[in-house]
Design a protein around this ligand. Sequence first.
Ligand SMILES: [Zn+2]
Length: 97
Amino acid sequence: MECYYCKGELKDGVVPYFVKRKGYQFVIDRVPAYVCSQCGEYLFREKEVDLIQEIISALEQKIALMIIPNPSLQRKNSLRNNISSKLKTDKLRLKAT
Ligand SMILES: [Zn+2]
């Protein structure tokens, strides 16, 4: 499989996953992924994308219980949409290669 950006070879590896949103930051130190041996760009597999999506949505639900009332429904929804569209992009890139 080729790197989307530089056409280098993608190899099995691990990368950190980092997300920063209003109200929280979340890091997974080591997520299995395809990593480009040339430029270091990476792609998550579908399995990890799904898992991360589950983790974040569970996380958001718990955090919503904790954060002081104020966030309008609209803001919550747009946060969720941002996350899923980013993850969808990763998924599409994965399928395209
Ligand atoms: Zn590359």
